[in-house]
Design a protein around this ligand. Structure first.
Ligand SMILES: [Zn+2]
Length: 304
């Protein structure tokens, strides 16, 4: 017996799973409860809208349709509309017109979390017992399912399963519920259940650090000072070390270049004066340069 949470709790548990939620109008009290029961709930059902969502206007129209319904089927037509950016628009809460009549054997499998049988009967009210999400897609198998949209489906499903303590077999597609339905079309519910399961197990890839986050972690890594007690210099990160070293290297390189130029000029001047040979000056200059390079090597090794 799973009792649906309060509307505000429902919105929050989606947000807690990382979902971007838009609360549309009076969604919290918009439902079909006057037409039949809502709850106990047994699962989450995924649909496609058979509408386009490539522009803001198309997305808005799809959300409005799911909220208001149409002449043959009054709204709300689901609880949340998942657009192509992965934003979840909440349009209703309670009993909504999304699941219709489906197979009691499927309902029993969802309750027991056993393998789904083929849905070959339409003898059971699904609007009572399933949360419903309409995903904006034309439903022709060609209209793309952007990664953000699939991630949102994974997240809302996991959020609800987590709240009720359900496993992934509580997440089904409309096509697995009612004979003749094909939605959602364009991805496999089996694959989606795998993703939801991985998320519930805490292995979801999208929460892994990105390369940029790894790089920032390295950049911010705290280094101990060679001259002060460990952990006493809060500004001494790998990033500041690298920035300092980079600036120091550029300065040193420029200084060596200038020095080489000065030595060359000196060599020419002294050589042409005739008191000592140019070769003697050259040898002295090379010894000086080698000593300078040794000091540079020591400075870079010390690392400052
Ligand atoms: Zn459907």
């Amino acid at each position: 017996m799973a009792i649906p949470p309060a509307a505000a709790t429902f919105a929050q548990l989606l947000r807690d799973e990382g979902v971007t939620v838009v609360e549309v109008g009076d969604w919290e009290t918009r439902n079909r409860n006057h037409k039949g029961p809502w709850g106990p709930v047994h699962g989450v059902m995924i649909h496609h809208t058979v509408t386009r969502g490539d522009t803001t206007a198309q997305t808005d129209a799809s959300v409005a349709l799911c909220r208001d319904g149409h002449s043959a089927l009054p709204g709300p037509l689901c609880h949340g509309v998942i657009d192509k950016q992965g934003v979840v628009h909440l349009v209703g809460y309670g009993r909504t017109n999304h699941a219709g009549m489906g197979d009691d054997d499927v309902e029993q499998a969802v309750i027991n979390e056993t393998a789904l049988p083929v849905d070959d009967e339409a003898n059971t009210d699904g609007n009572r017992s399933f949360y419903g999400f309409e995903c904006i897609n034309w439903g022709d198998g060609e209209d793309p399912w952007p990664p953000a949209q699939l991630l949102a489906i994974e997240r809302v499903s996991a959020a609800i399963c987590r709240h009720h303590g359900w496993g992934v077999r509580s997440v089904i597609g409309h096509l697995e519920w009612q004979p003749g339905k094909v939605d959602p079309r364009g991805f496999s519910m089996q694959t989606m259940r795998g993703r939801v399961g991985a998320r519930l197990d805490g292995n979801q890839e999208d929460d892994m650090p990105t390369p940029e986050e790894y790089a920032k972690a390295v950049w911010d890594y705290k280094l101990d000072s060679p001259t002060a007690a460990p952990g006493t210099d809060p500004k001494r990160t790998a990033g500041t070390f690298l920035r300092y070293g980079d600036a120091k290297y550029a300065t040193t390189t420029a200084q060596i270049g200038a020095l080489q130029g000065a030595v060359a000029a000196l060599t020419t001047a002294v050589g042409s004066a005739g008191s000592i040979t140019a070769e003697q000056v050259q040898a002295a200059a090379e010894a000086g340069a080698n000593a300078a390079l040794d000091r540079l090597g020591d400075a870079l090794t010390e690392g400052n």
